[in-house]
Every structure is written in structure tokens, then in C-alpha cells.
Design a protein around this ligand. Structure first.
Ligand SMILES: [Zn+2]
Length: 332
């Protein structure tokens, strides 16, 4: 259960500085930029080639914006010394940020994970800029139930300034401090016993309703302009060829080929099986539609594969076309 006195104690820290400002160990410099872009595989010439940078309207080479945090990292040795001091119990834990952590640790929220990082850049950084960062506790959420466990989100706002005090970037960094053993893994058995969630419903409109009504009757329908006869999909109000709003539906043969496909691995929605092959099927009538393909794996899926439609009744309300390789014998 949420603890109001803990919430009050946490909220008192919002707006406070998370700790003293930190100055970057090195100024922005070309050697570090060179190593970074090679490690990241970023070959934009404005980071390494002065002429290319000038041609792009910059005063000279600039640092990749996403290098922001690199310019204030304290380095390995200082990190090891800080770790050793903490292990020896000599680290001072009196910054507001440390106190928030201690409060949450004391209430059992002992695990931590970083969840969001949003950066906003005011101007490109150039060699010679020497950054300093200060941090403010921006927000602390009430108790939330998450997949990892019950916990509180803490957002810090970090302001990066150059040697003249000008704000060059802002970063909001959010962590979740959570109570171990209270997340989804604790209820795996309960989830396994629960029925499978239904497939997401299509968003029905007066333009596309006929398509799904047809699927329920195991018919694959295509919109056809009543004026000029042009077929179209996805459904829409008017004909792109003659602008007519009059249309009718015609039944497709259900034969086609895989025009393109993707294999979806993440994010995973419980109603689907993964890896999930999703194809853009070109029907022999000429229109294309997005559909699942069964009887095919990521390894055997190929552009140009002849496919045929079948219909799957997912539940009482939803039936959808699912294609399968045409050489595969099916009874439905
Ligand atoms: Zn038309």
C-alpha cells in the first residue's frame, strides 16, 4: 500500500539540487569525437571534417549532440575511488539525492533501473567548450505498480552549461526505485493460468467497416470505384483516379504474392506468437494489404512467394485474413 508519510517526505525534495555541480574532466575535443564516431559507426562528416562542417553552416567541426554525457564523465579512476569510499562507508550521503535514495531504500524500494532519458540541445558543442553540469530533482512520482515491481519514479533535470555559463543542453533522466519481488515475475503462475488476451480490435470507420464485416464471412473484399472501376486498398472515401465517392465491394480471389515482409520480434503483445511474420501481400487483382502469414518462418519467408488467403476466427467478434504459402494444402 502507498505510504502517505513517505510520499510527503519525498515531495519535500522536489526542486532541490541533487548535488554540487560537476565540471567536465576535459574540454570538448576532436580526438574524443573521432573515437566516439568510429565506435558508434556515425560517419556524418560534420563531426570530423572542418570543410564539410563549414559547408553545412557550422563554424567548424561540431561534437555529436548525443556525446553530451561524455563531456562530464569523471573517468575510471575517480569512479573506482568513489566506489571504494562507498564500500568503506566513508562516502558522505548528505546530498538531497542521496537522502531520497536512503528514504526509498529504508522503505524497501532497494532496486533501481534507469527508464527514460530525454535530451534537449540548445546549440551544437564545438572543440574548446568546457561543460559543467548541475542537477535538480525534477519530480518524484507516487507509488506505481510496474512490470518490474512496485516503486517510485524519480526524474532529475540536468543542466549543461559552457565555460561562460550559457545553457547548452538539458537532460531529464528518470529512474525507477522499486521493491524487488513485486513485479510481473512474481505473478507468472497467475498469468499462465489466465486466458490468452484477445487480439487487438481494428479501429472501425465507415470506410473500412465493410472489410472486417467481409472477413467475418470469410470473404476478402476490395473497394471498387463505381464510376471508373479502379480498385483501392486500404479503404478510403474517394477514388484517387476519378474523385468519385461512389464505391462498391468486390470479392478478391484470395491469391497473391508476398510483395514485402517484416519479422516482428519486439515489442511483444500477448495476443500474438513471436517471431511474427507480417507481410505486404499483393493480390492478383493489384491491390496490396498487410496481413499475417502462417506456415512460414522468418527463415522461409521470401519476397515473391505465392500465397493464398484463409480466414482465422480469433474470437466471436474478430475474423481476419491470414495468408499461407499457395503450395500448402489447406482445407479452410
Ligand atoms: Zn474512380
Amino acid at each position: 500500500m502507498s505510504d502517505p508519510s513517505l510520499d510527503d517526505a519525498l515531495q519535500a525534495f522536489v526542486g532541490q539540487s541533487a548535488g554540487p555541480a560537476t565540471k567536465g574532466r576535459y574540454p570538448v575535443n576532436e580526438p574524443m569525437i573521432g573515437h566516439w564516431v568510429e565506435a558508434m559507426g556515425d560517419f556524418n562528416p560534420v563531426y570530423v571534417d572542418d570543410q564539410a562542417a563549414r559547408a553545412a553552416g557550422f563554424p567548424g567541426v561540431i561534437a555529436p549532440p548525443t556525446m553530451l554525457q561524455a563531456w562530464i564523465m569523471r573517468g575510471l579512476r575517480a569512479s573506482l575511488e568513489a566506489d571504494a569510499a562507498r564500500d568503506a562507508g566513508v562516502a558522505s550521503a548528505d546530498s538531497p539525492s542521496d537522502k531520497v535514495m536512503a528514504l526509498l531504500d529504508g522503505a524497501g524500494f532497494t532496486s533501481v533501473v534507469a527508464t527514460n532519458c530525454d535530451q534537449h540541445y540548445e546549440r551544437p558543442l564545438v572543440p574548446g567548450d568546457h561543460l559543467e553540469v548541475s542537477s535538480v530533482i525534477d519530480a518524484i512520482s507516487g507509488e506505481k505498480k510496474t512490470g518490474l515491481g512496485v516503486g517510485h519514479f524519480i526524474t532529475n533535470r540536468l543542466e549543461y552549461r559552457d565555460q561562460s555559463g550559457e545553457l547548452v543542453a538539458t537532460m531529464r533522466f528518470r529512474i525507477l526505485k522499486f521493491r524487488p519481488g513485486t513485479g510481473a515475475s512474481a505473478s507468472v503462475a497467475a498469468e499462465a493460468a489466465a486466458p490468452r488476451p484477445q487480439r487487438p480490435r481494428p479501429a472501425l470507420t465507415q470506410d473500412n467497416e465493410f472489410f472486417f464485416a467481409g472477413a467475418k464471412q470469410h470473404k476478402l473484399l476490395i473497394q471498387k470505384c463505381s464510376s471508373c472501376g479502379t480498385l483501392r486498398h486500404p479503404p478510403r472515401p474517394s477514388c484517387a483516379t476519378c474523385r468519385s465517392f461512389d464505391w462498391e465491394a468486390v470479392e478478391a480471389s484470395g491469391k497473391g504474392t508476398i510483395y514485402s515482409f517484416v519479422v516482428n520480434h519486439y515489442p511483444q503483445v500477448p495476443a500474438f506468437d513471436y517471431p511474427l511474420v507480417i507481410a505486404l501481400v499483393e493480390l492478383e487483382e493489384g491491390t496490396r494489404l498487410v496481413a499475417n502469414v502462417s506456415g512460414i518462418t522468418p527463415e522461409t519467408a521470401a519476397i515473391g512467394t505465392a500465397v493464398e488467403v484463409a480466414f482465422e476466427d480469433f474470437d466471436d467478434e474478430l475474423s481476419l485474413p491470414v495468408f499461407h504459402p499457395a503450395d500448402e494444402t489447406r482445407t479452410n
